[in-house]
Design a protein around this ligand. Structure first.
Ligand SMILES: *[C@@H]1O[C@H](CO)[C@@H](O)[C@H](O)[C@H]1NC(C)=O
Ligand SMILES: *[C@@H]1O[C@H](CO)[C@@H](O)[C@H](O)[C@H]1NC(C)=O
Length: 467
């Protein structure tokens, strides 16, 4: 958030309430809540609220003719625009990071071992997954896939002056497709998966998108609205573990290819990359907007690199030992930047989903591991709405237990919070050890036990992160 103009458009698209998936799932939230409502107040009070109350933390500036405030990182005298020399676009940054971290783990996913349906007492059916351990691709391997995809995209006949849209849940191929497009200076349109048909039609039409990348279960939906998708020529779909949604392909005017077919095309016929310049538009992000049709926010490579570089300066000791759990939608700017930060630092990114996050999550088969316990992340992102839900879930659980547990919890929490806020009279040393062992550790292990930092964005955090 360096460029005042750029940052306002970034902020507009940060509407965390759109992370709809969280709304109906209090159960895993409760568990996850435990750890987060402890850690978060701690981190954020330390980070942001630790200073004296009432102090204005901005510099008055002229914002396009109006008076406004600029908030800058006090540790830097200069604007942070790039992470290092030569990394001026997301394409340059990616290539350089892959060269630096060739052998590091980069993108990880869990294979589906088993899928089953459980019928609850009221007759409703629930899908449950048994997922395997994380399987990884290195920076070097991903770079090869990105180059192949970039070549394949052109071989497929994508016109380099038209846009590519991605409409899918987050997964490694999402990132690979994104970086592949950047490598050929192709602007990527992203559309919130929650936006629905009209928004999709509008966004694709407005941007004259000619290639749409989606997951295979979207294909049938697209076929139903094909007459309205006049600009589309190519469809590339991500293959799925489950076979049930395969598409018969009644259409003739679209070229429909699987992601791996495109990679293969590119491998067989490499095309020279055409890296973008700093001012080229990297993504056009369609966000909810509060009224009418969704609006596309245009973000240049320069914007995105600057934000990524700036966020990186905020996370202490970020490095290749860090493991990041990516479970938010990638069509959200917050998640896209967070992942870019990880990429920059050579971290491992393990993909998960809100519905499989913890052992107690709705879609996790009983007795098997959720994403957090399988991955043991050190870093996580969340928005205020999510944190509030976590806290509420935790408070509820604790209140239900009542009695001693409740009193102990509140006491331990208060003691540690005081310590973390900087008071020497808070719980340190032996007392800290005691609270950690009997109360706080349980809460931490719900998210893998290694978490050390959370990135938060979207809207101001509620001041009420104390219980
Ligand atoms: C697509 O956009 C054009 C203008 O660029 C407009 O005339 C047309 O009605 C739009 N079509 C749909 C289906 O929205
Ligand atoms: C990249 O594409 C943009 C359009 O988004 C164009 O203005 C620019 O000249 C292209 N840059 C290069 C280096 O080809």
């Amino acid at each position: 958030m360096v460029d005042p103009k750029g940052s306002s458009s970034w902020l507009k698209s940060l509407n965390i309430s759109d992370i709809f998936v969280w709304k109906d799932h209090g159960e895993y939230g409760a568990l996850v809540a435990k750890i987060i409502s402890i850690l978060v107040p701690v981190f954020f009070s330390a980070l942001f609220f630790g200073k004296k109350k009432g102090k204005i933390r901005g510099v008055p500036v002229d914002v396009g003719g109006e008076a406004g405030y600029a908030v800058r990182n006090a540790r830097r005298a200069e604007l942070v625009e790039i992470p290092w020399e030569g990394a001026t676009t997301m394409a340059h940054l990616f290539e350089q990071s892959c060269n630096k971290h060739t052998r590091n783990r980069f993108l990880g996913t869990r294979k589906l071992i088993q899928r089953e349906f459980v019928t609850s007492s009221d007759g409703r059916k629930f899908e449950k997954f048994h997922l395997g351990d994380y399987e990884w691709e290195t920076y070097g391997e991903v770079f090869v896939r990105v180059s192949n995809f970039a070549s394949g995209l052109l071989k497929l006949g994508h016109n380099i002056d038209s846009r590519v849209a991605i409409f899918s849940d987050a997964r490694p191929e999402w990132r690979i497709a994104l970086q592949g497009c950047f490598r050929q200076n192709v602007t990527v349109v992203t559309i919130y998966a929650s936006l629905g048909e009209d928004a999709l039609i509008h966004s694709l039409n407005e941007t004259e998108t000619s290639t749409l990348i989606c997951d295979s279960r979207q294909l049938k939906k697209l076929d139903a609205i094909r007459s309205k998708l006049t600009s589309i020529q190519n469809i590339i779909y991500f293959e799925d573990d489950s076979k049930e949604d395969t598409f018969s392909g009644s259409s003739s005017s679209w070229t429909i290819s699987s992601f791996s077919e495109v990679e293969k095309l590119g491998k067989e016929g490499p095309v020279e990359p055409s890296l973008p310049s700093k001012n080229a538009i990297a993504v056009i992000m369609y966000t909810s907007g509060s009224t009418g049709l969704p609006k596309g926010v245009m973000i240049t490579h320069g914007n995105m690199v600057a934000t990524t570089a700036a966020v990186m300066t905020v996370i202490p000791n970020l490095g290749s030992k860090d493991v990041y759990l990516a479970y938010l939608p990638l069509d959200h700017v917050f998640e896209m930047v967070a992942e870019s930060v990880m990429l920059l630092a050579g971290c491992a990114i393990g993909y998960g989903s809100p519905l499989t996050l913890s052992d107690a999550s709705n879609k996790i088969k009983k007795g098997t591991k959720g994403d957090a316990t399988a991955l043991k992340p050190t870093l996580l992102t969340a928005g205020p709405a999510i944190l509030d839900r976590f806290r509420d879930g935790l408070v509820k659980k604790v209140e239900e237990k009542g009695g001693l547990v409740r009193n102990l919890f509140h006491f331990a929490y208060k003691r540690r919070l005081a310590a973390v806020k900087g008071s020497w009279l808070g719980a340190w040393g032996l007392e800290k050890l005691v609270w950690d062992t009997i109360i706080l550790k349980q809460i931490r292990t719900a998210l893998g036990g290694q978490l050390r930092f959370m990135l938060c964005g979207g809207a101001p955090l509620s001041g009420d992160h104390n219980i």
